[in-house]
Design a protein around this ligand. Sequence first.
Ligand SMILES: Cc1cc2nc3c(=O)[nH]c(=O)nc-3n(C[C@H](O)[C@H](O)[C@H](O)COP(=O)(O)OP(=O)(O)OC[C@H]3O[C@@H](n4cnc5c(N)ncnc54)[C@H](O)[C@@H]3O)c2cc1C
Length: 257
Amino acid sequence: MSHITNARVTAVEHLTDRLFSFTTTRDPGLRFHSGQFIMLGLEVNGRPLLRAYSIASAPYEDELGFLSIKVPDGPLTSRLQHLRPGDEILLGRKPTGTLVPELLEPGERLYLFATGTGLAPFLSLIRDPDIYARFEQIVLVHGCRHAAELAFRRMITEELPQHELLGAEVCARLRYVPTVTREPFPTRGRIDALIEDGRLAAMLDLPPLDPAADRAMLCGSPAMLASLRTVLEARGFAEGSHASPGQFVVERAFAER
Ligand SMILES: Cc1cc2nc3c(=O)[nH]c(=O)nc-3n(C[C@H](O)[C@H](O)[C@H](O)COP(=O)(O)OP(=O)(O)OC[C@H]3O[C@@H](n4cnc5c(N)ncnc54)[C@H](O)[C@@H]3O)c2cc1C
């Protein structure tokens, strides 16, 4: 059996000139855990051109959702950004990844730190009942340069609290902190700075990050991951792995080529 399958695009939404989201049909046989990524792409010159993509929809949903960058000269996204409903895309059959709670020791609070399209896996996790069963509080922090890039804000702040099954949990236990670096916004600054200068804890009215109680998942640019890793390790957090669960886990939102 081929490791690639086909799916059909069902909807496309352009969020900014650098960002779009789309949904596809889902093979009923495709199983995944919230937080995982999958290979996704197009056939180009008769050959598959695939890239890693985090699944932004919840595991119980009938369709698959994705959030994508548009890299102007990117081999895949220069083409992918022209997708229309009805188009076919290629999908890998084996979702994988490290942003799964099994790699974390049990804890009280789960911090989800994202920049840019690093939000995508957390859009799946915050819609998964399992995460609310495991943690008393979920704190989603999303950093972008411009406010327009804070994708899915309305879904997080308006639709999810009204969700038929999850709404009550979300209202009581999900905190959302959008932060912007390059223009005026209620919360301004990089995520590492918000942690280090105590603003994040103050605005949430929570104690400073502590490996005894807190767990963290990181997904963002290589620079964001490097700086947050330093911040967490300085506070005594250890990275989790399949061999040994820890207090934080990391996934790249993209690789520098
Ligand atoms: C585990 C994993 C999960 C990923 N999940 C997503 C996802 O959910 N959504 C998504 O858009 N991309 C995601 N990516 C990145 C994705 O695999 C591709 O790099 C992206 O689609 C661009 O493909 P491309 O062929 O057009 O350009 P590429 O040749 O892949 O990239 C060219 C350059 O564009 C920049 N770049 C690539 N992706 C991004 C990005 N997401 N944000 C900012 N700059 C970027 C980098 O500087 C890169 O060197 C993920 C990557 C990894 C490793």
